[in-house]
Design a protein around this ligand. Structure first.
Ligand SMILES: [Ca+2]
Length: 210
C-alpha cells in the first residue's frame, strides 16, 4: 500500500514538473497594450509640431483585441512631426501601457514586438521604442498592400537607433538597453490620415532545442 502511495506521489510530482518546465520553456505572447478603457489626453502622450494636428480617441467599431482600438486622426504638414506614445517615463503620467511596469517584465524571454495596424497607403509610419538609457529606436512600417488589420512583427534586432533626433538625456550608447520604457507611433507622410492600432504584444523566443 505504501509503495502505491509513493508511486502516486511521484507521478503527481512528475506531472507538476512537466507543467512548470513547459511553462518556462514555452512562454506565451505577452499583451503589452490593447488600448482598453479611457483613451484621451490623460491616458495617451501625444502631440504634433507647428501647423500639424493629431486627435487620439478609442474606436469600438474597429478593434482587434478587446473592445476597442487606438484611433489617430491627423493632419501632418511637410517637415513637421506628430507622435502618440504609451508606457512609462512620459510627460503624461497616466499614459501607462496595460502590462506590468517595465522592470517587472522578463524581457529576455521575448524576441520582439508585434503590432496590429489598420490603415493602407498612409506612407511610412514609424514605430519607436525608448530604451532604459533614454535612447529612441525605430522600425518603419509601410503598408501599401493590405486593407483591414495587418499584424506587423518587429524583431528587437530590426530596431535601429534614431539618427534624426534623440532626447537630450539619451545615453547614446547605441545599444538597445532593457527594459524598454515606452513605445510610440509616428505617421511620417504629410497630409490628412486616419490609422488604427491595437494588440501591442511581445513575441516570445523560439522554444529551445527545436
Ligand atoms: Ca483593444
Amino acid at each position: 500500500m505504501l509503495q502505491r502511495v509513493n508511486q502516486f506521489v511521484a507521478f503527481v510530482f512528475l506531472l507538476v514538473s512537466f507543467f512548470t518546465l513547459g511553462r518556462l520553456a514555452f512562454c506565451d505572447e505577452l499583451s503589452l497594450d490593447s488600448f482598453e478603457g479611457e483613451i484621451g489626453d490623460k491616458t495617451v502622450d501625444f502631440g504634433a509640431g507647428s501647423g500639424s494636428s493629431v486627435q487620439v480617441t478609442s474606436a469600438k467599431d474597429m478593434k482587434q483585441c478587446g473592445e476597442q482600438s487606438l484611433k489617430l486622426t491627423y493632419d501632418l504638414q511637410p517637415s513637421s512631426y506628430m507622435f502618440c506614445a504609451r508606457g512609462y517615463g512620459l510627460d503624461v503620467a497616466g499614459a501607462h501601457w496595460e502590462a506590468d511596469e517595465p522592470q517587472k517584465i522578463e524581457w529576455s524571454q521575448y524576441q520582439g514586438i508585434s503590432v496590429a495596424m489598420n490603415g493602407k497607403d498612409l506612407g511610412p509610419v514609424a514605430f519607436d521604442v525608448k530604451d532604459s538609457g533614454g535612447e529612441m529606436w525605430r522600425f518603419m512600417i509601410d503598408n501599401n498592400t493590405q486593407e483591414g488589420w495587418v499584424t506587423i512583427e518587429i524583431p528587437f534586432s530590426k530596431l535601429t537607433a534614431r539618427d534624426d533626433w534623440q532626447p537630450a538625456n539619451a545615453d547614446g550608447n547605441l545599444k538597445l538597453d532593457f527594459p524598454i520604457k515606452s513605445f510610440q507611433f509616428e505617421p511620417k507622410q504629410p497630409g490628412q490620415g486616419t490609422v488604427y492600432f491595437d494588440c501591442v504584444h511581445l513575441i516570445p523566443n523560439e522554444p529551445s532545442g527545436q
